[in-house]
Ligand binder design. Structure first.
Ligand SMILES: NC(=O)c1ccc[n+]([C@@H]2O[C@H](COP(=O)([O-])OP(=O)(O)OC[C@H]3O[C@@H](n4cnc5c(N)ncnc54)[C@H](OP(=O)(O)O)[C@@H]3O)[C@@H](O)[C@H]2O)c1
Length: 316
């Protein structure tokens, strides 16, 4: 089968022929229709986890995807061949990933695909939307609070804006002028352009009383720390970049969190229900065929992605 893979860390991913994987006990084999791209995918092929878990090569890229179950392994009773599913497929120890014509997933890592979405749209959902949902839950966002989302135009950010808005919060979001209408449509009450002048200055002018929650999805340690100055005493600051000095911030009465996402089938099912009820949406920015995945990865790495990128593998 065709797959986008690397043969060593740091290599540019290429389309290559690799064997179709076999589902083991508790696993399913999925004929992939589409894969979703996340920054995590190229961080992994750069070697982010090389000292943490064993990797098999060739290493097929990609975690998120959607398709149709082709076969089920021993002991799988809740999923059947022919069912449309979406979820996460990355398996570093076996070299498996979602940018491939077939991929194996643990039965506990995929769920029924949202019925109202195409499989391409569904592939854009798992990692970013589960992260956004869990971030807003962890922050216990409540009606009447004011929250800032730095990185609101990305896959995670678009979700955080929607889930925080659904909780009744006042949402301040970063976006360049061209994407300001989009984040407003998703639920942002105020939009600031992070390329125009420092985010902290703009937010302080709008909210001198201080913010309740900061969701920082993109900034480095310096940017994150500067943004925490915008919080009221007792405010909460969450980063997806692992850059929070939790103890130092606690001394300043900021509850900081180096957020690490946890995925689950229950959450995939919850998201599918929200998507089907049109209470949540995911916008696909770019769709490319498998043989252009490497260019799409380069675009994402260069920070040029505006929302989700989907790799189209099969189907209409
Ligand atoms: N810790 C975890 O569990 C976890 C889970 C999921 C994701 N993540 C990480 O979270 C980050 C965001 O993920 P994603 O999927 O949303 O990425 P993404 O889709 O690539 O989005 C990043 C967005 O941030 C914007 N941006 C970049 N620099 C900015 C700045 N200085 N100020 C404001 N906006 C800025 C970009 O828009 P412009 O081009 O307009 O700047 C872009 O739309 C990634 O680093 C990812 O690896 C971590």
């Amino acid at each position: 089968m065709k797959a986008v893979a690397i043969t060593r860390f740091g290599e540019r991913p290429e389309v290559m022929e690799v064997p179709v994987p076999t589902p083991g006990p508790g696993q399913v084999l999925v004929r992939m229709y589409a894969a979703g791209l996340n920054p995590f995918d190229w961080k992994v092929t750069d070697g982010l986890l090389k000292d943490v878990v064993p990797h098999a090569f060739p290493l097929v890229m990609g975690n998120d995807g959607a398709g149709v179950i082709e076969a089920v392994g021993e002991g799988v009773t809740e999923l059947r061949p022919g069912e449309e599913v979406y979820g996460q497929f990355m398996s570093l120890s076996t070299g498996g990933g979602s940018f491939a014509e077939f991929a194996v997933a643990k039965a506990g890592s995929v769920a029924r695909a949202p019925r109202g979405l195409t499989l391409s749209q569904a592939a854009a959902v798992p990692t970013a939307s589960m992260t956004a949902y869990n971030l807003v839950k962890e922050a216990r966002v409540d009606a009447g609070q004011t929250v800032l989302v730095v990185g609101a135009t990305g896959g995670v950010g678009q979700g955080v804006v929607q889930f925080a808005d659904a909780q009744g919060a006042r949402v301040v979001a970063t976006a360049t002028a061209d994407l300001a209408p989009l984040v407003r449509e998703l639920g942002a009450d105020e939009v600031i352009d992070h390329t125009a002048s420092p985010v902290a200055d703009q937010v302080r002018a709008l909210h001198p009383e201080g913010l309740d929650v900061l969701f920082d999805l993109v900034q480095d340690a310096g940017g994150f720390e500067a943004a925490t100055d915008l919080l009221r005493p007792g405010g909460m600051a969450l980063t997806t970049q692992g850059v929070a000095d939790v103890d130092a911030l606690a001394e300043r009465e900021v509850h900081a969190v180096n957020f690490q996402n946890s995925a689950s089938v229950v959450l995939l099912e919850t998201l599918a229900d929200l998507l089907d009820a049109e209470r949540y949406r995911v916008r696909v920015d770019v769709e490319v065929p498998l043989d252009q995945a490497a260019e799409a990865v380069a675009r994402n790495r260069a920070g040029l992605a505006r929302g989700k990128t989907v790799i189209k593998i099969a189907g209409t």
